[in-house]
Design a binder for this molecule. Structure first.
Ligand SMILES: [Zn+2]
Ligand SMILES: [Zn+2]
Length: 202
């Protein structure tokens, strides 16, 4: 009996196959699988209604650990502009390689057979998901276009308003300012006003 490193218990064991059937391994396996199944369940909920968001470099770069493939997998799918949440999980769980690894993992760890399908996404499911994603992306682009058009209309309206205000300012204030300057100018040139003259005569 050789040594064996158990990824589930994260320790080296010396009891070979016996370890797999042991209480410690089986209870640790249940904990690991419960969490793993929960993640896939969360992802599966978005098949009929995919969640598409604008890319966020912190939140959307998350990964998760696939115990069956012993690999780090991207949780979402993104092109650095848009992100399809759980797209990575669903795609991974639908891949042939993952299916093969899952069968091996279940067999090697003597896991509950009833739970196996919970970490597998069928071909029909992934097809449905991709179709729904395409629909969502289409409406997203349309909404984005509408938003840009609205913004452009808003900027044009603001510009028009600014122009109108400027023109009316020119019409109203500028002649008034000129008149004001002219008046002061005339005052300086003319002799003192009447009250001064009257006071001398008295
Ligand atoms: Zn173990
Ligand atoms: Zn996997």
């Amino acid at each position: 009996m050789g040594t064996h490193y158990c990824n589930i218990c994260r320790q080296t064991t010396f009891s070979g196959k016996k370890h797999i059937f042991g209480k410690q391994h089986q209870s640790r396996l249940r904990v690991v699988l419960t969490k793993f199944i929960e993640k896939v369940k969360e992802a599966r909920r978005t098949i009929k209604k995919p969640q598409v968001e604008k890319f966020d470099c912190i939140q959307h770069k998350e990964t998760f650990w696939c115990y069956c493939c012993e690999a780090e997998v991207e949780k979402n799918v993104t092109d650095d502009k848009m992100t399809v949440l759980y797209g990575g999980v669903l795609e991974h769980m639908a891949a042939k390689e993952h299916k093969k690894n899952t069968h091996k993992f279940w067999w090697d760890n003597k896991a509950d057979m009833k739970l196996k399908d919970k970490v597998l996404i069928t071909e029909e499911e992934i097809k449905r998901f991709k179709d729904e994603v395409a629909n969502v992306l289409e409406t997203f682009v349309e909404e984005e276009d509408d938003f840009i058009k609205q913004q452009a209309a808003c900027i044009r309206a603001q510009e028009k308003h600014r122009q109108e205000v400027f023109e009316s300012l020119l019409e109203v204030c500028f002649p008034a300012m000129q008149w004001h300057v002219m008046k002061n100018w005339t005052c300086l040139m003319e002799p003192p006003a009447l009250p001064f003259y009257t006071s001398i005569c008295e």
